[in-house]
Unconditional design. Sequence first.
Length: 452
Amino acid sequence: MILDDNAKRILCAFKAAGYEAYAVGGCVRDYFLGVSGGDTDIAVSAPPPVTENILAENGFKAVETGIKHGTVTAVLGSESYEITTFRADGDYDDCRHPRSVSFVRDIESDLARRDFTVNAMAYSPEKGFVDPFGGRADIKNRLIRAVGDPDKRFREDALRIMRALRFSSTLGFDIEPQTQKALLSRCRLLENISRERIYTELLKLLCGKNVFAVLVKYQSVICAAVPQLAAAVGCEQNTPWHCMDVYCHIAKAVSFAPAEPELRLAMLLHDIGKPLVKRTDEGGRDHFKNHAAVGAELAKEVLRGFHASNKTTERVVTLVKYHQSIEDVGAVSVPRWFNRIGAQNTLDLFRVRLADLKAHNMEKDGVRREISAMKSLIAEAERLIAEKAPYRVSDLAVNGNDITALGCSGREVGKVLNRLLDLVISGKIENNREALLGYLKDNITASNSFIV
Ligand code: ATP
Ligand code: MG
């Protein structure tokens, strides 16, 4: 079903008022792909003030979201629908913003300004599918192709370069050769694009199913978007553990991580510090001492540049910083890691480490063993989180008042609580009040302090 009931009502209202109205862009593409759930964008022949009247007359709430570009948002229940007047973009000033927009009379002209053929289709119940640039054929052939002259389209708006990669990654489509050639030759124009917009497309790209191929094939574009990655390209890793250069290892590791933006971002940045610390010993073997700490600093710089939220920055930087710190997988205490960096961060760290390991040299027994140990740790972490197992002093069944009541004071209170936590984490005492108080009473000395 291409139109939901609300979209049908909106289209009907415009038709009744004597205007054309279509569902356009992503929702038509997704219909042919057999996926659902995205937004329905609507294009209409009515100018913006008329659009607002039509919505008001039909009792639909309207919000002026981008009136300059001819966009009004209709809010029906919990859903919102962007309604944009058919428009053509004038000349572009800065590789991003059209100097002017003009409203046009026909849907074909509106579709001509859209980025790729798969995004340049429209549908209305009366007219059926409008597909002047062969979007359906390109979906069938799994191709991302610019509408019109690709070089001109990327010069107009260089963000389309990132969007081409994004759609190639998420849809698993190839980029048509002329479009590919144009975007590779124009990738420097990304310098003119706002970091936030690049970041939004980058996150979507990273979560795509085709991300490995896209990262490897379009290295130059990725490095134009994230210049701090450039040194990883061709940075060889002559160690038994690796069989790829740093950049390709990163690309592989990204593809193995769960498709969550922050985890994929952490993978993209996890080894970003390696080129800076690389040392080759006399035997020709490469070493990357301290690369995680150096990488964490660089990752912070990348994320600040993208204006990422503090929450994302903190989470990603923590993962980069600790990604190398699980030395002996067999000796890991999950609750102690919980205590050190938090339960969710620990689980993330294990997932990041697993993705990292999978991108190592699988010929090595050691790598395969670590992978299976890491999978067990992930299962254990998930279980402990589900069981709400204690890992902080505040999770204990006793608190500071209980310790004070037993005659303890000052810094000793904290010390005792930590000792109890230690015993609980190592499974020596159960985390219930009776057991903990019993233990304390048994271990109180004559001088009224505890044996800790
Ligand atoms: P998504 O499912 O991610 O929302 P989408 O195709 O709807 O995908 P949007 O960014 O929401 O992508 O854009 C909506 C439509 O607007 C696109 O389908 C495309 O037709 C057009 N469009 C968006 N950005 C551009 C651009 N930079 N240049 C030309 N057309 C664009
Ligand atoms: Mg959309």
